[in-house]
Design a protein around this ligand. Structure first.
Ligand code: PEP
Ligand code: MG
Length: 316
């Protein structure tokens, strides 16, 4: 019984009927690895590499990047480590690389993958550093691009990853156009990962840095659940994984709903992992599907939350 209790507290993520949902950690670098391991992360679902690039006068060298990536990859033997390429701009400004033009709306500006179109040398250095760190690593490295708007960008990124010798390339779904065309994206790359923080920002035209608009960033909004469902369905058409790495995954009830919508893995800040693991272990996949259906059947975030919770009896 102790073994079962311990597995439920720290073991791999799964619903009560054994449907596996890997539970992964969002980290900002090697210093977050200890917390991820302590909370039983099965790997990393979002390594935000921009912390290597922020607050400095020049880009980190290939060697510096390789060392940081290797340290994280070595910490998860047998697991996956999903590394996001530099996501600069808007809420993550770079001191050494300000936007080229005047940007009245930085959230809609030259950010994320877009920055690599004008500065491909930064991307090439990062991808090469990742490929070098991955060679001989005990974990599987998967690389993904942020702020991808469509298939042409996804194909360009996947080709660059292939040229660098990386085994797996994915894209984040955080712009509504990407969710609407998730099937095309999934045909082009190896996996999708939903960034629900930005997806809410762009779906509701509500700057995530404006606190007065917090209600519009509520991930329980049925319109956001619809976009998540579209992305998961599109990925499923091609048999490709579709995870969530936005804050939505850290809410135990919403995590069950996301699984019910077809999401295949959940990544969150490490302290959120135990409660999400417990919530999943107390509900069957079918209960998750019914909770998701009930939530999407409502017309507001508050109603969606209530409808889902009433169908998830095992929530604490
Ligand atoms: C997101 O947008 O949901 C996400 C995970 O990325 P970030 O919060 O770093 O923009
Ligand atoms: Mg984002």
């Amino acid at each position: 019984a102790w073994g079962a209790a311990l597995a439920a507290a720290t073991g791999p993520g799964a619903t009560s009927d054994g449907h596996r949902v890997p539970l992964l950690a969002n980290i900002g670098g090697p210093r977050d690895v200890a917390a991820a391991l302590e909370h039983g992360a099965e790997g990393v679902g979002l390594y935000r590499t921009e912390f290597l690039f922020l607050d400095r006068a020049s880009a980190p060298s290939m060697e510096e990047q390789e060392a940081a990536y290797r340290e994280v990859l070595n910490a998860f033997p047998g697991g996956r480590v999903v590394v996001r390429t530099l996501d600069a701009g808007a809420d993550k400004p770079l001191a050494f690389l300000p936007p080229g033009g005047d940007e009245p709306n930085p959230a809609l500006g030259e950010r994320g993958l877009r920055l690599f179109r004008t500065h491909p040398e930064i991307m090439d250095t990062q991808l090469t550093a990742l490929a070098r760190a991955a060679s001989g690593a005990p974990s599987r490295v998967e690389v993904m691009a942020p702020m991808v708007a469509g298939v042409e960008e996804a194909a360009w990124f996947a080709a660059a990853c292939g040229a660098a010798g990386l085994p797996s390339a994915g894209v984040m779904v955080e712009i509504p156009s990407a969710a609407l065309r998730a099937s095309d994206l999934a045909a082009t790359v190896d996996f999708l990962s939903l960034g629900t923080n930005d997806l809410a920002q762009y779906a509701f035209a509500a700057d995530r840095q404006v606190g007065a608009l917090a209600a519009l960033h509520d991930p329980w909004q049925p319109a956001l659940l619809d976009l998540v469902a579209l992305a998961a369905e599109g990925a499923g058409e091609h048999g490709k994984p579709c995870g969530v790495c936005g804050e939505a995954a850290a809410d135990p009830a919403l995590a069950c709903v996301l699984v019910g919508l077809g999401v295949t893995s959940l990544s969150m800040s490490p302290p959120a992992l135990p409660a999400v693991r417990a919530a999943l272990s107390r509900h069957s996949r079918e209960e998750c599907v019914l909770a998701a259906r009930a939530a999407r059947g409502t017309a507001s975030a508050a109603e969606a939350r209530a409808a889902a919770r009433s169908r998830l009896p095992g929530l604490a």
